[in-house]
Design a protein around this ligand. Structure first.
Ligand SMILES: O=C(O)CCC(=O)C(=O)O
Ligand SMILES: [Fe+2]
Length: 214
């Protein structure tokens, strides 16, 4: 009975439908203004406060690699976000994520049961070499989600673009996406190789996360 009511209440959401179509057609979706200007400011302030309190750690890539090798692969600093201890900004963030996840599970039977998100800071001169988000042997990662928290003065000359690699008709195509405030990029974690180009003369702020099965 409750299922019947669920169906009656179901309202198609044009934004989520676009994301689903994009994922089916091209394995990634770019949504500008997924987060409002206010939400971006609140999240950036939250990130910066924690960064200044030195809560961030150098990002790792599994435990087989020493610091020098890690540095040649990625140079960002990260801080995992605990939903149970979320502040006001993070609560709003998770509300949007959970709403979208619920819709995806319901309409696409994605079976997303878990999620993990971290803040990331890329200081000047850092990058993240081309990779697949499942390289740590974690095939539970289904969708990767990146949201940019830079301010409105971010310029293309700052670099730090996300480049997504795809094969089209046997030829590799590279799509560059600038880390503009409020912009979200969602992509198939197990299918799309990508990289973060070197950040020039700026600090690059974001939240990255994964929607996971099992
Ligand atoms: O920040 C980005 O644009 C992508 C980050 C990324 O690829 C990762 O953390 O795995
Ligand atoms: Fe990645």
């Amino acid at each position: 009975m409750s299922e019947l009511f669920d169906q009656l209440e179901f309202v198609e959401d044009p934004l989520y439908e676009r994301i689903i179509n994009d994922l089916l057609e091209q394995q990634y979706s770019v949504i500008d203004n997924f987060f409002t200007d206010d939400e971006v400011v609140l999240l950036r302030n939250s990130l910066m406060a924690k960064y200044e309190e030195e809560q961030f750690k150098k990002a790792a890539i599994g435990n087989k690699f020493d610091e020098q090798i890690i540095k040649s692969i990625r140079g960002d600093f990260v801080l995992w976000i605990d939903e149970q201890k979320a502040n006001a900004a993070e609560t709003r963030f998770f509300h949007k994520i959970n709403h979208m996840t619920h819709y995806l599970n319901k309409t696409c039977f994605l079976g997303i049961l878990h999620k993990e998100f971290h803040y990331a800071v890329y200081p000047e001169g850092t990058f993240y070499k081309r990779h697949l988000d499942t390289f740590q042997n974690d095939d539970r990662r289904k969708l990767s989600f990146v949201c940019y928290l830079n301010d409105e003065y971010w310029k293309n000359e700052n670099g730090g673009e996300l480049v997504i690699y795809q094969e089209k008709n046997g030829v590799e195509a590279a799509k560059s996406l600038y880390p503009l405030p409020g912009r979200v990029v969602i992509f198939e974690s197990q299918l799309l190789e990508h990289e973060v180009k070197t950040v020039l003369a700026a600090e690059r702020y974001s939240i990255t996360g994964w929607l996971k099965t099992r």
